[in-house]
Design a protein around this ligand. Structure first.
Ligand SMILES: [Zn+2]
Ligand SMILES: [Zn+2]
Length: 159
């Protein structure tokens, strides 16, 4: 996911617009049972901020998929992540985040993938629910309590 930055490096333009699609397998994001199963769309811009510093801002849009944490039905949910990051020339190996939170680049290309992936991981929820008030499965008989009142006596769950 290398972006050519010749245009802004040479001062011909202050910023360059980016509109790209990142395949799900490149993002390789999964957290517990939640994963991203569609290409992600990134729309934003790179702006030269002087001294080789380049600011990235934009929005990442994709869909995550997984199972409802309570009743285990498949759930998909849109994810929209605002991305705002800084690239500095040569300070860190490509693809890693420096102590100050910036990303390195060398030459006239920078890699969009590491900051986009890092932001996406942070945006994923701890769990998915098919709906906020999902009743879950009965721990005694396994019935879907959204569908049936099985009548089993169960201790109150502290979920
Ligand atoms: Zn559910
Ligand atoms: Zn039951």
């Amino acid at each position: 996911m290398l972006i050519d930055i010749h245009a802004i490096s040479h001062g011909r333009a202050a910023s360059v617009e980016i509109e790209t699609e990142i395949p799900a397998q490149e993002l390789a994001v999964s957290l517990q049972e939640i994963h991203v199963d569609r290409p992600a769309r990134f729309q934003g811009r790179l702006t030269a901020a002087g001294d080789g510093v380049i600011e990235l801002d934009g929005t990442l849009t994709t869909t995550m998929a997984g199972l409802c944490a309570r009743c285990l039905v498949p759930v998909t949910q849109p994810v929209v992540v605002d991305v705002a990051e800084t690239f500095r020339p040569g300070v860190t190996p490509d693809g890693t985040e420096a102590a100050d939170g910036s990303y390195g680049y060398r030459g006239f290309a920078l890699d969009l993938l590491p900051p986009v992936r890092d932001n996406l991981v942070l945006a994923l929820p701890q769990r998915l629910l098919c709906r906020e008030d999902c009743q879950g499965l009965c721990p005694v008989c396994g019935a879907d309590r959204n569908q049936t009142a099985c009548g089993c006596a169960t201790a109150e769950e502290n979920d």
